[in-house]
Design a protein around this ligand. Structure first.
Ligand SMILES: Cc1cc2nc3c(=O)[nH]c(=O)nc-3n(C[C@H](O)[C@H](O)[C@H](O)COP(=O)(O)O)c2cc1C
Length: 323
């Protein structure tokens, strides 16, 4: 089953995607964090840089749009088509308070009739095939039964399901029965996403749901960047981890401030990478660093010399594999 790298706003930047692909095998496609168009209908220089297909090419990238306005979605789809992309993904799952309070992301699941009207408007005029990424509801997984008939009505290229509600954010178990219902009722490909952290977990999901078109992994790949390769029988090489870390740092340092910008980005990444360390204590020291140079020498030394676990220990952040 093909494995895609999930979109993660603030983390899976163009620099991150290209560096990961150069250092590790196994990921089929990389998803871009959401593009949130405004009514101005113009890409900012920063958005343009992130959307540039670069060496991966459009075939291995999936751009995503977050909006509740059909006209803004259609403009973004047109702009993405002009950049060469062959698909646009609509975000129906983002749980963040600022997104939901504006009626976007997971908030679009609140009212199935309003969602139907939105989908009707965009599918009627889209210049590109549309895929969807969604949760099973806002407050309760029971909402999924009311959403499925609406979602099933449109010629969706593929739907990626994170089987939790907005209320559940990324915590606790998932709702496996909602995946089975989607497989029964949706007349198009279904991709699974959520709490896949090990090759064993991926294998169990594949055995339980052979009808899936693919899987998507986010945090599992941040903690163990070699996870996709390991799912396909490869192994994790320390040299690749070091190369990945150092190349990503160099790329960010070429245009970002070391202490003000690169340091917080690497701390966010290390919150997951540290789950691979046999001894979790050095993470506390890393977290306290206020200078990039200090953080970098500690982090590099850990990657080169520290004992690493076979599997990242997500139980340290109260996350458990759901399959
Ligand atoms: C920091 C962060 C940023 C995210 N940004 C996006 C995003 O831009 N678009 C999106 O569809 N999902 C986003 N997600 C959700 C992930 O794509 C994914 O659905 C989630 O992490 C669950 O998958 P996992 O258990 O494999 O990590 C984000 C998640 C996190 C933790």
């Amino acid at each position: 089953m093909g494995l895609d790298f999930a979109p993660m706003e603030g983390i899976t930047s163009r620099e991150f995607r290209e560096t990961h692909a150069a250092c590790f095998a196994g990921v089929e496609r990389y998803w871009l964090p959401f593009l949130s168009p405004t009514s101005v209908h113009q890409l900012t220089p920063r958005q343009k840089r992130d959307l540039e297909p670069g060496p991966l090419g459009c075939g291995r990238l999936v751009p995503q749009v977050l909006t509740r306005e059909p006209e803004d979605f259609l403009w973004a789809a047109q702009a993405l088509g002009e950049l060469g992309y062959g698909e646009v993904n609509l975000n129906l799952g983002c749980p963040s308070g600022t997104v939901v309070s504006k009626g976007r992301g997971a908030a679009m699941l609140r009212d199935p009739a309003a969602l139907d009207r939105f989908l009707d408007a965009v599918f009627a005029r889209t210049p590109l095939p549309i895929s969807l990424k969604t949760r099973v509801g806002l407050e309760s997984p029971e909402e999924w039964e009311g959403l499925l008939p609406v979602l099933a009505r449109y010629p969706v290229r593929e739907l990626t399901l994170h089987p939790r509600t907005r209320r559940e954010l990324y915590r606790g178990g998932v709702h496996p029965e909602t995946v089975r219902r989607a497989l029964e009722l949706l007349p198009y490909p279904l991709r699974y996403n959520g709490n896949l952290f090990t090759p064993g977990g991926v294998g169990r999901l594949e055995a339980a749901c052979p009808g899936l078109s693919g899987i998507m992994v986010g945090r599992g790949l941040l903690a163990d960047p070699a996870l996709a390769a390991r799912c396909q029988g490869g192994c994790r090489e320390r040299r690749a981890l070091v190369d990945f870390h150092e190349t990503l740092a160099e790329r960010y340092l070429s245009f970002m401030h070391p202490d003000a910008a690169v340091l917080p980005k690497f701390k966010e990444l290390w919150a997951y990478l540290a789950l691979l360390l046999a001894d979790g204590k050095p993470w506390k020291r890393l977290r306290k660093c206020t200078r990039w140079t200090e953080f970098h020498s500690l982090a590099l030394n850990l990657l080169q010399n520290a004992a690493l676990l076979e599997e990242a220990e997500f139980s340290r952040i109260d996350q458990y594999e759901c399959w």
